[in-house]
Design a protein. Structure first.
Length: 279
């Protein structure tokens, strides 16, 4: 185990000093592979029972054997519950942020209410929403809407106020209406803030959908499978579901980040990142 760790450390140290895109991609790949190898060796050498911590090889075999079950659970939880709730919640937050920006009354009255709703624990709101919307994916989407709405709302409101006062005065000098200033100046300036909220919401969406399934769901879904597999001591299936959820969440986050790079290419943070890649 020590030899594996030192070998991976030496390889990553050499790659970190190198330039180029490939070395930067290899460093996290080698680090993650090293953790998996150490995990496998630890379980095998110390005889850790599978009901406590199964080895990665057993988890991989379970993923291969239960691919149809994992796919069904993925569609039920991620596609139907998390993704639909994400789109509805983020869309509603963006529209509400524009309305708040337009109305001082809504800004004083709605933001405190939204802060209160965001502070509600999911384990308390999820059972209520399941009873309201039923046991299928609609209730999970409702939980996701509640979880993602406030982070996107707060970031969008802050972003709409981020435009420089001189720039707004210049738009008024040109005779631009509120809508024209919103579309041509304030929304583009708010995009880094908006995407910060959208990226935070990607992780909250999947967590909310999985946790909501603990309180009632049809006989499919990641949360349902995890809760039943724990009762059956099928820890390899639990870890298989966790692995699928982790990959899905990472890809979802990466997709939103890729869209952010295309939309906010003008922002200094993006130019700095692209410049460092070019070097």
């Amino acid at each position: 185990m020590l030899a594996v760790w030192l070998g991976a450390w030496w390889a990553n140290a050499r790659l970190s000093a190198a330039r180029g895109r490939v070395p930067r991609l290899l460093v996290p790949a080698i680090f993650g592979l090293t953790l998996l190898v150490l995990w496998e060796l630890t379980v095998r050498l110390f005889g850790v029972p599978g009901v406590i911590l199964p080895p990665p090889s057993a988890i991989g075999a379970r993923i291969a054997d239960s691919a149809d079950i994992l796919w069904t659970d993925f569609v039920q939880t991620f596609v139907k519950g998390a993704l639909s709730g994400y789109v509805i919640g983020c869309g509603a937050a963006l529209l509400t942020a524009v309305a708040i920006d337009r109305s001082a009354f809504l800004k004083r009255g709605l933001l405190p209410v939204g802060n209160f709703i965001a502070a509600l624990p999911i384990v308390g709101t999820a059972p209520i929403l399941v009873m309201w919307f039923g046991f299928d994916w609609q209730s999970k989407a409702a939980v996701v809407v509640v979880m993602v709405f406030f982070p996107v709302l707060v970031n969008t409101v802050a972003g709409l106020a981020a435009a420089d006062a001189m720039q707004r005065d210049l738009m008024r000098t040109y005779g631009a209406s509120w809508g024209q200033a919103l579309i041509k100046l304030r929304l583009p300036a708010a995009m880094p803030f908006i995407f910060n909220g959208l990226k935070i919401a990607t992780t909250l969406a999947l967590i909310g959908a999985i946790v909501a399934e603990f309180f009632g769901s049809p006989t499919r879904g990641m949360g349902f499978r995890i809760s039943t597999a724990v009762g059956q001591l099928a820890l390899d299936l639990v870890w298989a579901e966790i692995a699928v959820a982790a990959v899905a969440g990472s890809v979802f986050y990466g997709a939103v980040a890729a869209v952010e790079r295309g939309v906010t290419f003008w922002h200094p943070s993006q130019r700095k990142r692209n410049g460092s890649r070019g070097g």
